[in-house]
Ligand binder design. Structure first.
Ligand code: FDA
Length: 302
């Protein structure tokens, strides 16, 4: 109830106030902010994945500018020696308006990262995008086998089968690289698991399948029981430390993050930045009012 209320009023709150609790989760507005935040994390032995905030653009003109921004991010981050890669959302390049145009832009970004021997992660958005984002990944993977990975969402009932269906893209020398997360969007019950235990069960089932197949899972969660379950699977299959990684969002559960780093596991933090932070934060909360309780805590229990 309170969560829903906060989600409703948030877009009308002054940006300065919203920034007070968003700044913990956003690196800043500029590329320099993202590079600075990444270098700080690098000092703690943490890798990063930089993301320019923005999604679901309304006209294709924006896609060209967004591509140019990503190319600049790669140029600057590589020059600065950031230890990290890049994440992007295909709807930021017009995926739902014109798939081919979006593909062309994203292809250029992946080519640029590849020219530096680096890697781009295709984020997974809501379910109308799933098939298109898998197809996009397939095409990019054919051209840039070592430089592109995809996100999959454990709450989608299709995910286990999607992993199996993509086995043809797996090579022993270049393992398929999937980031598995729970999933942030509100999806219909017909296609998604809703219950916390059920989502966690499928999360670990998906990770187990990836490990059995020799794939490279990026285990993206802040949920301790899921982290512990994943560690048990890593132990069970005796997975070498360079065949998986953990991932967390900027500013979230730093203590859990540190304990994994201290145990010698690879950790990568998602570093979002950009002028569109306000829209991003408010949209996330509207989509998932449960996030409002995190914000309540940030405002009142500091
Ligand atoms: P859960 O939601 O159960 O949270 C466990 C605990 O973590 C909470 O109790 C809270 O303490 C803390 N927590 C979690 N999220 C928090 C937050 N944002 N702020 C503060 N505390 C928080 N989703 C998607 O649909 N497509 C994508 O491409 C991605 N990409 C992505 C990358 C990375 C690196 C991460 C870590 C996550 C994503 N996600 C995502 C988001 C993901 O789907 C999911 O919504 C969040 O990670 C929260 O799920 P948890 O697994 O952390 O569990």
């Amino acid at each position: 109830m309170v969560n829903k209320l906060i989600a409703k009023i948030l877009p009308y709150m002054p940006q300065k106030l919203v920034w007070q609790f968003s700044k913990e989760y956003i690196a800043g507005e500029t590329i320099d902010d993202a590079v600075k935040a990444s270098k700080e994390l690098n000092k703690e032995g943490i890798l990063t994945t930089i993301d320019v905030l923005g999604e679901f653009i309304k006209n294709l003109g924006e896609a060209e500018a967004n591509k140019r921004e990503y190319l600049e991010v790669i140029e600057i981050a590589e020059r600065a020696g950031v230890k990290g890669n890049y994440s992007l959302k295909p709807t930021f390049f017009g995926l739902l308006i014109d798939t081919e145009t979006a593909y062309g832009h994203i292809r250029e970004i992946v080519a640029k990262a590849a020219s530096h021997g680096n890697f781009v992660r295709i984020d997974m958005e809501d379910s109308p995008c799933t098939d298109r984002e898998i197809e996009l990944f397939r095409r990019l993977k054919a051209e840039f086998p070592s430089n592109v990975g995809l996100v999959l969402q454990a709450y989608l009932k299709r995910t286990y089968q999607d992993i199996k269906n993509m086995k043809d893209l797996h090579r022993a020398d270049i393992p398929l690289n999937f980031r598995l997360c729970k999933g942030i969007y509100v999806e219909p019950a017909s296609i998604s698991y809703k219950n916390y235990d059920e989502i966690n069960h499928h999360f670990l089932e998906d990770i187990e399948l990836m490990l059995q197949e020799g794939m490279y899972p990026a285990i993206a969660t802040h949920d301790k029981p899921v982290v512990e379950g994943a560690l048990k699977l890593i132990e069970k299959y005796q997975v070498p430390k360079d065949r998986y990684e953990f991932q967390m969002l900027y500013g979230v559960t730093p203590a859990l993050r540190k304990s994994l780093v201290d145990q010698g596991h690879t950790m990568r933090v998602y570093v979002p930045f950009g002028k569109q932070w306000f829209g991003y934060c408010t949209r996330r909360i509207k989509e998932n009012p449960k996030m409002a309780s995190v914000i309540m805590k940030a405002i009142f229990f500091k």
